[in-house]
Design a protein around this ligand. Structure first.
Ligand code: GBH
Length: 483
């Protein structure tokens, strides 16, 4: 397939949903108000030494108090959906007792009600990385009691908000949770066990996801008729040299190790991709042939397979793939990255955003949407995040307009030319916010937020008005032939 960068005029159907995204810890602040308990990002930030300039989300955009301002700008943009997350620590501060915090429930009920009243569909993520600290201390995702605790939390959310919410997501990016949290440890809680913990913790996260989906399916679907899924982050993995079969194979292997790790069990057959099982086992180097990758039982596979109603995709960038050589293998931590045996690189000609990982590769959007079409049976996809960073957050953000315009254009090609079943698109983020380990040094917002101003006013950048126009036009209408 020839992925061309030429601009393509086209509009999407009325049913296509356009939105913007946030997450609780990145915008809410009020970290210790109204009964909320401490979570791992509170602890990680307060410890110091982990986040640029030791920034914290203690106040962030202060959306806990200023959520009405968020509704105002959502309306101004004309979005059809708003994706945000619930904080487990607000709703069930101590999951070991399961007691529900009414103030936390009320906060989200007010928010969700106001979003609906504005004519906007809420798209609610149950878990966007803010694990209650008490659960981390009790053995984290490795302690299987977390599966029932997570299911209980999901039950509380479905029962209180299910009548208002059509789109649910169980987890945001389990790859980041497990690899960056417990593998390389640049994200909370900062644990560095790349050989073992990501695999063990991912295993239980997949089980948590399946529990929540089945709970909704058996207990809530008939009443509320919503859709429950998971959001996976992935680069598009392209062969470094597409005429080399070993590079093509490496690209497929890298994709199976990243998106396939979670998508294959859920969307295909209840189990990890065969290539991942093979490569982890051979790199486990055990005499008895056992693997660092855990195994699902037959009944677990049956329980996990098919636990989706759509496919949530977070996509930002592209990587080039070739078989790993010895020097590359020696340069990566032993474990997940080494198990893959793929050398990942970027083309130095690609433009770079402020985030070190974020190379600007619009055709990768079309590539990854086609990967999902062919590997996951053309399941309906909502792009739940796509966006780009700068450092200064200028209001005249032509770079962001250029990025969004070309990525959205590739999405439109994927839908109209390639017949990918994409039903929604979401910009990360509506406003500048707490960008995890980068603190407030990298800005993704369509709206500028001055973090030195106690009022945290939200000010539209040029990209906000650009996106408003795209939504109103449903894409890029053909201007017709001039002259
Ligand atoms: C999303 O993660 C998050 O869901 C969102 O909260 C966040 O604000 C947004 O993106 C912007 O970052 O190559 O080892 O350096 C995006 C997922 C995070 C995956 C950074 C790649 C770099 C890993 N990406 N990560 S590394």
């Amino acid at each position: 397939r020839d992925f061309t960068d030429a601009f393509y005029y086209g509009v999407l159907p009325d049913s296509f949903t356009w939105g913007v995204s946030t997450a609780a810890y990145q915008i809410e602040g009020a970290w210790n108000e109204d009964g909320k308990s401490e979570h791992i990002w509170d602890r990680f930030c307060h410890e110091g030494g982990h986040v640029d300039r030791n920034h914290t989300g203690d106040v962030a955009c202060d959306s806990y108090h200023k959520w009405r301002d968020d509704i105002t700008i959502l309306k101004e943009l004309g979005v059809k959906h708003y994706r945000f997350s619930l904080s487990w620590s607000r709703i069930v501060p101590d999951p070991t007792t399961g007691v529900v915090n009414q103030a936390g429930v009320d906060f989200y009920l007010n928010l969700i009600t106001a979003v609906k009243q504005a004519g906007i569909e809420p798209l609610v993520t149950l878990f966007h990385w803010d694990l209650p600290q008490i659960l981390e201390d009790n053995g984290s995702w490795g302690n299987e009691t977390i599966i029932q605790q997570y299911k209980h939390y999901a039950d509380v959310a479905f029962s209180h908000f299910g009548h208002l919410v059509k789109y649910w997501l169980t987890f945001n990016e389990p790859w980041v949770v497990t690899w960056q949290g417990y593998g390389i440890g640049d994200y909370a809680p900062g644990i560095k066990q790349p050989a073992t913990l990501p695999y063990l913790y991912a295993h239980n996260i997949i089980k948590c996801h399946a529990q929540a989906w089945h709970l909704y399916d058996t207990t809530y679907r008939a009443r509320f008729n919503g859709m429950v899924s998971i959001t996976l982050n992935t680069d598009f993995f392209a062969p470094k040299n597409s005429s080399k079969p070993e590079d093509v194979e490496a690209a497929e292997r890298a994709a199976q190790f990243s998106v396939g790790w979670f998508a294959h069990p859920i969307y295909v057959d209840g189990d990890y991709p065969q290539v991942m099982k093979d490569y982890v086992q051979r790199n486990s180097n055990t005499i008895d042939g056992s693997s660092r990758l855990p195994k699902f039982t037959v009944s677990e596979k049956l329980f996990i397979k098919g636990t989706f109603d759509y496919f949530g995709l977070n996509h930002y960038s592209t990587s080039l793939c070739e078989p790993a050589d010895a020097a590359y293998q020696a340069s990566v931590p032993k474990g997940y990255l080494g198990d893959m045996e793929v050398k990942l690189t970027r083309d130095p000609k690609w433009r770079k955003a402020a985030s070190s990982y974020l190379y600007y590769v619009p055709w990768g959007m079309r590539g990854i949407l086609n990967f999902i079409r062919t590997h996951y049976n053309n399941t309906p996809v909502i792009v739940t995040e796509n966006g780009v960073t700068d450092h200064n957050g200028t209001l005249h953000d032509s770079f962001r307009i250029d990025y969004l315009r070309s990525y959205m254009n590739e999405l439109i090609k994927a839908v109209l030319i390639d017949k990918c079943n994409v039903i929604g698109y979401t910009v990360w983020s509506i406003m500048d916010n707490f960008e995890w380990a980068r603190g407030y040094t990298e800005k993704f917002g369509l709206y500028y937020v001055d973090f030195d101003n106690p009022q945290r006013p939200r000010v539209a950048k040029q990209s906000a008005m650009f996106y408003k126009g795209v939504i109103a036009d449903r894409g890029f209408p053909d201007p017709g032939i001039i002259g």
